[in-house]
Ligand binder design. Structure first.
Ligand SMILES: [Fe+2]
Ligand SMILES: [Fe+2]
Length: 139
């Protein structure tokens, strides 16, 4: 495993997680329409999952001798107040998160870097659950 490349990938994932956390909480705050309240509650919970992912990534970055980034991925085009639009945005973002973590996972040797591997795998599983849930909410 190329440590420098791995740190770059993990920090890129961290900038994305920062944005995910902000996006879910913002969407939860502005959401209007039928079922706004229960959906907003669920979006807030997903936002907390994303904050947890960021925390795990920071720990792995430090363990690898790196410095966790403060950067936040650009949020252009991410604002919406209507449920269908909010779901569409987050479905797309979850899909790209899944892709990103699948790429990272392929670079980690499971037997030598078990903790890192299983941490990323756990995050990937969460993102898959998020995608499944948002897709179901979309109907
Ligand atoms: Fe995440
Ligand atoms: Fe997610």
């Amino acid at each position: 495993m190329d440590k420098k490349k791995m740190l770059e990938m993990l920090n890129k994932a961290l900038t994305m997680e920062h944005a995910c956390y902000i996006r879910y909480l913002t969407h939860a705050a502005v959401l209007t329409g039928p079922y706004a309240e229960p959906v907003a509650t669920r979006l807030k919970e997903i936002g907390q999952d994303e904050a947890g992912h960021a925390e795990k990534l920071r720990d792995r970055i430090v363990a690898l001798g790196g410095t966790p980034t403060l950067e936040v991925e650009k949020a252009e085009g991410m604002m919406a107040t209507e449920l269908t639009k909010i779901l569409a945005i987050n479905i797309k973002e979850e899909e790209s998160a899944i892709q990103m973590y699948q790429t990272i996972l392929k670079e980690i040797p499971h037997d030598q870097e078990t903790l890192l591997f299983e941490t990323v795998e756990h995050i990937l599983t969460d993102e898959m659950e998020h995608l499944e849930e948002l897709t179901r909410l979309k109907g």
